[in-house]
Design a protein. Structure first.
Length: 277
């Protein structure tokens, strides 16, 4: 009986792992992160820490009293989405989206790492599809719109628009001044095509001894915000977890304090700060 029970338990465990891997890839990734097993996909390193330290020496080392310490390599989590969407009434397009799971923004162009600005606020505020119609209408007008144009753009009853506007105001996503509304963001960037311009190839990296930064956003959150933002015809066909290699370059100051800067190993440029960690 003990052998039969052990075999049954093993079979249940194997089935559970298969079911989780197939139906809940986000859970599978979390388990692998915790257990530090298997391999993960990452964008290819094109610039080493040594190359960046040499090319940026005049900026990072102000004088001979400043010195480099040993750099480290970290991997930042992203979500790769294979999608399709309506480009016009007569044409469907297919593409790839790369979404940052630490700052909640989408990569528009992987060459210069140009990104959106505003999606993270919408995710944090749990914006739904109807509320995003307000956000999109304002974004399409350059970030500012008057009440009459907003009403014409949304095509719903006045009381419904008023309710949606009030909800967006409470969530600190829009600001009203007089009869006009504007996005409550500095330099918002939300009016984009749901596709990332990316030509870089993926390679595999073992989890063991790799330093992977924790995710701040989940697969379900990205699925919800893209569905809300990109319209009813937008569909996600497939998703995969990928990582961006980032060099952490440490400089010791003359007073013994340390300054750490983060550099994109794909293009050799400094990584924009995600704000307060």
């Amino acid at each position: 009986m003990r052998i039969i029970f052990s075999l049954f338990s093993l079979g249940a465990l194997v089935y559970g792992l298969w079911w989780t891997s197939y139906n809940k890839p986000d859970w599978k990734n979390k388990v692998e992160d915790v257990l530090n097993i298997g391999h993960f996909h990452t964008l290819e390193i094109r610039y080493t820490a040594e190359q960046i330290m040499e090319s940026q020496q005049k900026i990072l080392l102000k004088d001979p009293k400043y010195q480099y310490l040993e750099p480290s390599l970290k991997f930042y989590p992203y979500l790769l989405l294979e999608v399709k969407y309506s480009a016009s009434d007569a044409k469907t397009k297919e593409g790839i989206i790369l979404w940052d799971l630490t700052d909640g923004e989408m990569v528009v162009n992987a060459k210069d790492w140009d990104k959106t600005h505003g999606f993270a606020d919408c995710i944090n505020a749990n914006v739904d599809r109807r509320e995003f119609k307000i956000i999109n209408a304002i974004a399409q007008r350059g970030g500012v719109i008057n009440r009459e144009d907003l009403r014409k753009n949304i095509h719903v009853e006045t009381d419904v628009i008023d309710a949606l506007i009030e909800t967006c105001r409470r969530k600190k996503l829009i600001v009203q001044y007089g009869g006009r509304y504007r996005l409550h963001l500095e330099n918002p960037k939300l009016k984009i095509t749901p596709s990332t311009l990316i030509e870089e190839r993926l390679v595999t990296q073992p989890y063991r001894q790799a330093i992977c930064v924790s995710r701040r956003y989940s697969l379900s959150q990205i699925e919800r915000i893209t569905s809300s933002a990109f319209g009813e015809d937008f569909a996600i066909r497939k998703t995969a977890s990928v990582y961006l290699p980032v060099h952490c370059i440490v400089v010791q100051n003359p007073d013994g304090s340390l300054h750490t800067s983060h550099w994109n190993a794909l293009n050799g440029k400094p990584l924009e700060s995600n704000g307060i960690d």
